[in-house]
Design a protein around this ligand. Structure first.
Ligand code: ADP
Ligand code: ASP
Ligand code: MG
Length: 409
């Protein structure tokens, strides 16, 4: 019997009526002869509400306790969905992450799944149950409750699909697939029929929050086909799969999508001695403060000194600035500057590999709009620029239009 793992996001479960609608949808798939495992998120807004409540008590709550709190969101939806299934005459069992034996490491708020003991789920399926599992959560070896980072229910879905060798992992959300860019910013964005794991991984890591990065990594590693679909309308959605299986026309597209990240901040230290070890002296303390650095840029030295710029998550801006100011004193740097009103915009596409001139076209399109580029970074299949946040919409629209992403390539 085919086995489907379906994941429903917060908006799809945002009210009692929507939970009942999800039950109907799941039943339709069950009636077609599929074994069904359903992963759910908390109701939309619930995780944010819980975070805010924690912060009212302590602005910096301990990760362990925060995880105990945050996992309650998904505990509500698994129970309600199972009840809605029972009411309709279907056998169903709800499980928290811990009950489903989703074992993670101990990094609270950003734990990684290590293993899933899926025997129990298999037995339930065999006896005809629809199995409903709480997304975003697990348990470590010491029985501490953990969460997988925001958007983590996607990862639960894909990990379960991998463990159970499901035929497909279907991600139901509030858009009907993966688009050339966020359709909320560019209404002309086009839904992609297929996308390679590699491209989706770049899109996700460059800021497209339609799928959590870890979910795509898992899918690639275990070759789980992911399909992104709308909870509210019928359609074929977007299939994310291996290079060979992705549509040939897709392969020929130079650019498959545009991603952006509003969570960045930029820091610069000017006039540091241009000597071996200086990058380490600057970034060592930043990393010791547990701050992840994204883009890094060092200028060619002149007069024996150089400038060094890097970006971090906006939440880490103040801490990174403090660290850099201390380093500046030690290194007798000229000055430290920062800007937390920047965004990173990236164009992504495997077709870029074999084509020169994409970068200059990108810069030309931005120049035509009078947008100043603050930083640039490239890899085989992506080009990223940092610009002032006020240009985000304008830049994304100009690139979308200029690279003709509207029309099918
Ligand atoms: P869920 O709660 O179902 O997990 P998310 O809000 O996490 O839903 O993800 C869906 C959202 O991702 C969409 O509403 C859309 O605004 C956003 N998004 C960003 N980039 C893209 C893209 N390239 N294609 C589709 N959606 C995107
Ligand atoms: N409820 C969690 C969040 O809002 C997990 C998820 O929805 O994927 O981040
Ligand atoms: Mg999500």
């Amino acid at each position: 019997m085919p086995l489907l793992v379906q994941k429903y996001g917060g908006t799809s479960l945002g009210s009692k009526e929507r939970i009942e609608a999800v039950a109907e949808k799941v039943i339709a798939y069950k009636d077609q002869g599929n074994d069904m495992v359903v992963v759910v998120s908390a109701m939309s807004g619930e995780t944010n509400r819980l975070v805010a409540m924690a912060q009212e008590i302590d602005p910096n709550p301990k990760g362990r306790e925060l995880d105990v709190l945050l996992t309650t969101g998904e505990q509500v939806t698994i129970a309600l969905l199972a009840m809605a299934l029972h009411k309709r005459g279907y056998a169903a069992k709800s499980y928290t992450g811990a009950q489903a034996r989703i074992i993670t490491d101990s990094r609270h708020n950003k734990a990684r799944i290590k293993s899933i003991d899926h025997e129990k789920i298999r037995r339930d399926l065999k006896s005809g149950n629809i199995v409903v599992v709480a997304g975003f959560q697990g348990i470590d070896e010491e029985n501490n409750i953990t969460t997988l980072g925001r958007g983590g229910s996607d990862t639960t879905g894909v990990a379960l699909a991998a463990a159970l060798k499901a035929d497909e992992c279907q991600i139901f959300t509030d858009v009907d697939g993966v688009y050339t860019t966020d359709p909320r910013v560019v209404p002309e964005a086009r839904r992609l029929k297929t996308l390679t794991y590699e491209e989706m991984l770049e899109m996700a890591s460059l800021g497209s929050k339609v799928l959590q990065i870890r979910a795509v990594e898992f899918a690639r590693k275990y070759e789980v086909p992911i399909r992104v679909l709308s909870s509210f309308e019928e359609g074929e959605g977007t299939l994310i799969t291996t290079d060979d299986e992705a549509d040939e026309t897709m392969e020929q597209a130079l650019i498959s999508g545009i991603a952006f990240n509003r969570d960045e901040a930029q820091l610069t230290i000017n006039g540091v001695a241009d000597t071996p070890g200086v990058a380490y002296q600057i970034l060592g303390p930043v990393s010791d403060a547990n701050i992840e650095v994204d883009m890094i840029l060092q200028n060619i030295g002149a007069d024996g000194t150089t400038d060094f710029t890097f970006t971090v998550h906006r939440n880490d801006y103040e801490a990174a600035l403090a660290s850099l100011k201390q380093t500046a004193k030690k290194l007798k740097a000229r000055e430290v500057t920062g800007n937390n009103r920047i965004v990173k915009i990236s164009i992504v596409g495997v077709g870029m590999r074999s084509h020169a001139g994409i970068a200059s076209r990108m810069f030309e399109l931005l120049a035509n709009e009078g947008i100043n580029i603050l930083m640039i970074s490239t890899s085989e299949i992506k080009i990223s620029v940092v610009v002032d946040e006020k240009y985000l919409e304008l830049a994304v629209r100009a690139l979308h239009e200029g690279f003709d992403l509207k029309s099918e390539s």
